[in-house]
Design a protein around this ligand. Structure first.
Ligand code: GH3
Ligand code: MG
Ligand code: MG
Ligand code: MG
Length: 312
């Protein structure tokens, strides 16, 4: 499968996924009939199964019965809200004999809505539709907020998030983390000769060529600044990061994009700086900054030594 610049984003499209948790077959049946044409439906008859399914599927919405044979719905809600993987999944409680107090409890636990039994099809459909729409809008906003509009790569904000997450994971696992900083050579001259539009096209092509180098799902390549890119590689030592950096350099070199004002080559080239470390603590903000500074120093060195090269 060909990799693309947006591979770092969760896949979009398809039907929304809804998890329905209820111990009574009649309710499951009713809800199934209501939504079978609009949603991918997943069912659970008890709390344990509900938790297992929620973690495996990460649904777009959960309809959650309060009275269940093992754990009650409120507890399930609490557990899911505590877990970073499921905390943003909207939960609608669906229950009989609900008092105002019950309802308040549910909302305090992070539920988005209540549906009363016996289930009214019109109300249930309307509430579900509203929350699925909200979920979709939130996801669309998140995509925009994290994507670089020009190249489709992760933007600086997304990079910071992903970097922090990778750093934590590497600290936990005692892995090395690799940082690759990339800067296009003589890009100001490129703009001067080929125009800003030409410069933008160049940035897009360079981004695409570099994105195709990455194969592992956890690797994140971002547009870090104007004509600078950053790539964070978890579980990667200096040698591994150098390998990726060299692949980036080669990928762009072999595009052979004409750059007649470059004094390095008559085509577009990259300078690349590499650093790596085994993080000692997962909350070490300063260490995270130091790794970037170290890679930046190497990048500067690559420029000084004549550009179109990788320094580590
Ligand atoms: P060096 O080899 O030392 O990196 O030289 P350089 O000219 O690439 O470095 P400098 O940082 O001086 O210039 C970067 C240029 O990138 C300047 C700026 O106009 C251009 N640039 C930054 N962002 C964009 C963009 O979004 N589109 C275009 N077309 N140009 C951009
Ligand atoms: Mg029940
Ligand atoms: Mg620069
Ligand atoms: Mg540059």
């Amino acid at each position: 499968m060909e990799t693309s610049v947006t591979d770092w984003l969760p896949r979009q499209g398809g039907q929304p996924k809804m998890l329905v948790v209820d111990d009574q077959a009649v309710n499951i049946r009713l809800i199934y009939d209501l939504f079978k044409d609009d949603c991918d439906l997943f069912m659970a008859r008890d709390g344990a199964k509900a938790l297992e399914q929620a973690r495996a599927i990460i649904p777009d919405l959960i309809l959650l019965d309060v009275m269940l044979p093992d754990i009650n719905g409120y507890e399930i809600c609490e557990i899911l809200k505590r877990d970073p993987a499921t905390e943003h999944v909207p939960i609608i409680f669906i229950t009989a004999n609900v008092t105002e107090e019950d309802e308040a409890t549910g909302f305090n636990m992070g539920a988005v809505d209540f549906i009363r039994k016996p289930i009214n099809p019109v109300i249930t459909r309307a509430r579900v539709r509203t929350h699925l729409l909200l979920k979709k809008q939130a996801q669309a906003l998140e995509r925009v907020a994290l994507t670089d509009a020009l190249t489709g790569l992760a933007n600086r904000r997304a990079f910071e998030q992903e970097y922090e997450q990778a750093w934590r994971q590497c600290a936990r696992e005692n892995w090395s983390i690799g940082m690759v900083l990339i800067d296009i050579d003589f890009f100001k001259r490129y703009n001067d000769r080929y125009g800003h539009q030409g410069g933008d096209d160049c940035l897009r092509l360079v981004a695409k060529a570099m994105a195709q180098v990455l194969q592992r799902p956890g690797d994140v390549l971002a547009r870090y600044g104007g004509e600078e890119f950053a790539c964070v590689l978890s579980n990667t030592d200096l040698q591994g990061a150098c390998h990726i950096g060299e692949l980036f350099r080669q990928a762009v070199e072999s595009l052979g994009l004409p750059h007649l004002d470059s004094t390095v080559a008559k085509y577009v080239t990259l300078s690349v700086g590499i650093a790596s470390i085994v993080p000692s603590s997962d909350t070490d903000e300063e260490g995270r900054q130091l790794l970037i500074s170290a890679a930046d120093k190497r990048l500067y060195q690559a420029k000084e030594r004549g550009r179109n090269q990788v320094c580590s």
